[in-house]
Design a protein around this ligand. Structure first.
Ligand SMILES: [Cu+2]
Length: 334
């Protein structure tokens, strides 16, 4: 009786128990090639695609499945078990040894070393593996995943995407909240994956000296250029008075600053609840947020009571002196 009391207490507080309806999610990813037209130039990419239904991808026809950049965005619940399988058995190596394979690194996830997809550490094969993760309550938020083989090349080539860890209710349904805190309830959510492209990295291989100097030419949000407010990378049709959650995931290789502006250029405040997969002790309301490579932020804001348009935007900046490279725009109408 005395031994079980602390566990019962933690359960009553909702801190230790897994949701009743936690599920096991089995997902297979394969690696393929694709290309993008960026500012009129064709750039080759590698990327993950969902091949849970076979090597052709989920019901795909004719040839290998089509890779996307970013790869598939996965959603899992706290207490769920994710079995993420990388299937590269049948593919032609994209680089020569020792860079011939691929992994899935679960960046920021609290997993055993054998599950973290870093080939330099024990037990991480580069020719296909299954990575298992069961995120705890309290670990809600946004996590990148990416290949960790010859990372300077393979990450740049497009081998990245995101896993969103969400709270579930007692019936096992996803809650539209950032975590169990009711203050984080939202009506709309969108994932902003930040990334940058140096085309010289896309043609260099092996231990090329090209990899010693990063000169990005293209700047993306969730795989798209959005160089003007008239041609944004991402759009969201929302409604007045509603709450919007944005999940910022830094897969870029530069500095960056996120802001939200209205059509007159006025800054709009937003509240950051989660940084890097952990709730902030006190949510922070700001008008500007720096996101470094690998960092994440899960934030919320309430749209006004009159209709309009807001532009969430990311300024990409040089690592050495923070001089701006480019601004990439999203757009929310309400
Ligand atoms: Cu790779």
């Amino acid at each position: 009786m005395k031994k079980t009391a602390p566990i019962l207490l933690l359960s009553a507080l909702g801190l230790a128990s897994s949701p009743i309806s936690a599920v096991t999610i089995n997902k297979s990813l394969c690696v393929g090639m694709t290309s993008k037209s960026l500012s009129g130039q064709s750039v080759n990419f590698w990327g993950y695609y969902d091949c849970s239904g076979g090597m052709m991808g989920g019901g795909g026809m004719g040839g290998m499945g089509s890779a996307t950049v970013p790869g598939p965005i996965l959603e899992i619940g706290t207490g769920d078990t994710l079995n993420l399988t990388l299937n590269v058995n049948m593919m032609t190596p994209m680089e020569s040894s020792p860079y011939q394979g691929h992994t899935i690194h679960l960046h920021g996830a609290d997993v055993q070393t054998s599950e973290d997809g870093v080939p330099e550490t024990n037990g991480n094969t580069v020719m296909g593996d299954t990575y298992t993760w069961s995120p705890s309550v309290g670990h809600e938020g946004s996590y990148p995943y990416h290949c960790h083989v010859h990372t300077v090349k393979h990450l740049e080539m497009g081998m990245y995407s995101a896993i969103i860890v969400r709270p579930r209710d007692a019936s096992g349904n996803f809650l539209n909240r950032l975590n169990q805190d009711a203050a984080t309830t939202y009506n709309y959510s969108q994932v902003y994956v930040l990334s940058t492209v140096d085309p010289a990295y896309h043609t260099a291989t092996g231990d090329s000296t090209v990899f010693a100097d990063y000169n990005p030419q293209y700047f993306l949000l969730s795989g798209r250029e959005g160089k003007t407010t008239g041609a944004p990378a991402l759009t969201l049709a929302a409604a007045r008075n509603k709450k919007v959650a944005l999940r910022l995931i830094g897969m870029h290789s530069t500095n960056s600053t996120f802001q939200i502006k209205d059509t007159n250029g006025n800054l709009k405040p937003f509240t950051v609840y989660i940084r890097d997969g952990r709730a902030l002790p006190t949510p922070k309301t700001v008008t500007s947020l720096d996101i470094s490579p690998g960092q994440r932020a899960d934030l919320l804001f309430t749209l006004p009571s009159t209709s309009g348009t807001w532009y969430p935007q990311v300024v990409y900046k040089k690592l050495r002196d923070n001089a701006p490279y480019a601004t990439v725009y999203g757009k929310i109408t309400f």
